[in-house]
Design a protein around this ligand. Structure first.
Ligand SMILES: NC(=O)c1ccc[n+]([C@@H]2O[C@H](COP(=O)([O-])OP(=O)(O)OC[C@H]3O[C@@H](n4cnc5c(N)ncnc54)[C@H](OP(=O)(O)O)[C@@H]3O)[C@@H](O)[C@H]2O)c1
Length: 282
């Protein structure tokens, strides 16, 4: 137990909204959550269906999504799902078009599906697929799926896109190159289109989450003494984003690291090099 309930505050993140507040914002709204089959996306999808949102969950694991739909029958909202491999760009585009055709333009897209790989350069010089697999889910597939939804949202003149990103985007580390580059790519893409979307009435939020205890982080669990959120706490932060619609949610320490790196790039490079030289492999 210990500090765990206070972890969002310790890490500089907002606490979640009360269910009644989330419900006021999202009851009856169509919310698309990618990566809804497990982890943060699953927790968020259940929570949103619990406050009355009409959720459409997207992922590859159809059995998991169907099980979630059965569980959501008892909830006031609804849960429908689409089985999709985001790395299949043509399928992602088609699925998003069909989604708009069937359910209409979403009120909210939570771009949450993600794939992470932790590997140092020397271990992947013969594995370009590390780069294409992470980019396929985190960047190109995420954009291919988002575009038809954004077309629908801008036509309807309203909506909100929430990108689930990582504090690694503010603090690039040697072992996370393929993953971080693909997450930053989506962040920057969204930042570029955000003003256009805002003019069309569509809000955008990027949430930089720290480490969260999920299947994604399990392979590197215990490697470093890094504090982490539970999936419920991560869903709280996303709930806050859905209610308040800020441009971004970034812990203060990640913002400070980003600013320090921009202000003194040589110093941060030498610091990282020194860490590697003494055997610290972040
Ligand atoms: N866990 C962390 O420490 C952490 C920290 C910061 C940010 N994040 C971000 O949080 C988001 C959720 O991560 P998580 O920790 O909940 O991970 P997770 O438990 O591994 O869940 C990832 C989700 O993405 C889906 N997905 C993966 N590849 C896909 C593909 N090719 N096509 C469609 N869906 C795919 C998975 O479903 P299927 O396998 O069924 O397709 C699953 O539902 C990610 O964007 C991640 O980058 C995580």
């Amino acid at each position: 137990m210990g500090l765990m309930p206070l972890m969002p505050l310790v890490l500089g993140l907002p606490v979640g909204p009360a269910p009644v507040v989330l419900s006021r914002r999202l009851r009856g709204r169509l919310v698309v959550v990618t990566g809804a089959s497990r982890g943060i996306g699953r927790e968020l999808a259940l929570r949103l269906a619990g406050v009355g949102a009409r959720v459409v969950g997207v992922a590859r694991s159809e059995d998991e999504l169907a099980a979630l739909a059965r569980r959501a029958r008892a909830l006031p909202g609804g849960f429908d799902w689409l089985g999709l491999d985001l790395r299949d760009l043509a399928a992602a585009d088609l699925a998003a078009r069909r989604l708009v055709g069937r359910w209409g333009a979403p009120d909210v897209l939570v771009a949450n599906a993600g794939h992470s790989i932790h590997r140092y350069l020397a271990d992947y010089t013969d594995r370009f697929h590390d780069v294409s697999r992470t980019a396929g889910v985190n960047y190109t597939g995420a954009v291919a799926f988002a575009l038809p939804l954004l077309a629908g949202m801008t036509r309807s003149g309203r909506g909100h896109v929430v990108a689930v990103s990582t504090t690694s985007a503010c603090l690039p580390l040697p072992g996370w190159s393929a993953y971080t580059a693909s997450k930053v790519a989506f962040d920057v893409w969204l930042r570029c289109v955000a003003p256009d979307l805002a003019l069309a009435g569509v809000a955008t939020t990027t949430v930089h989450l720290p480490r969260v205890a999920t299947a994604m982080s399990a392979p590197t669990a215990g490697r470093w003494p890094v504090p982490e959120l539970t999936v419920a706490q991560a869903a709280d932060v996303l709930g806050h984003a859905l209610v308040t619609r800020p441009r971004h949610i970034t812990p203060w320490w990640a913002r400070a690291a980003d600013t320090a790196r921009a202000a003194a790039p040589g110093l941060s490079h030498r610091l990282m090099q020194t860490l590697l030289a003494v055997g610290v492999r972040p």
